[in-house]
Design a protein around this ligand. Structure first.
Ligand code: HEM
Length: 119
């Protein structure tokens, strides 16, 4: 889907955001292969998406696992070249900015923030 529904079907308890610092290399450990937990970063906020299942190895959204995915999410892209550009929003249209903001709301409502990407 492309973020049509923002509200989780089942109410989700969201913990206060944590500010633990992660490098992109540390984030990459949380890909569901090297770790049981799966994290996805959007604009440097790191969400624990483990309970989704959609990011598990072999599943549709595994490409986002352990990665900063802002660019690809706003572009509704599952292309590796977009995912690997991380939070580079160069060339983004107004619509893509809106789509990204929709994803931020989607993730905020479902997943705990476990840290921040720091360089
Ligand atoms: C044929 C095209 C697609 C179909 C049929 C589809 C279908 C779905 C469905 C049914 C969900 C679950 C919705 C929910 O839990 O509320 C979902 C979630 C999602 N979709 Fe898609 N999708 C498509 C394309 C895409 C594309 C191109 C992207 C790239 C950004 C994308 C990214 C996501 C993400 C990030 C989630 C949230 C997964 C989660 O956190 O559990 N989807 N999609």
């Amino acid at each position: 889907m492309s973020q049509k529904t923002y509200s989780p079907k089942v109410p989700v308890h969201i913990d206060p955001p944590k500010h633990d610092p992660f490098t992109l290399t540390e984030l990459a450990q949380y890909d569901g292969v090297r770790s049981d937990k799966i994290y996805v970063s959007i604009l440097s906020n790191i969400y624990d998406v483990t309970r989704s299942g959609s990011y598990n190895p072999g599943k549709n959204y595994h490409i986002f696992a352990g990665r900063e995915s802002a660019r690809a999410l706003g572009k509704s892209s599952l292309k590796l070249e977009d995912v690997l550009r991380g939070d580079d929003l160069e060339g983004y249209t107004e619509k893509e900015h809106e789509t990204l903001q929709g994803w931020v709301r989607f993730f905020e409502q479902r997943y705990n923030i476990v840290g921040r990407v720091k360089n």
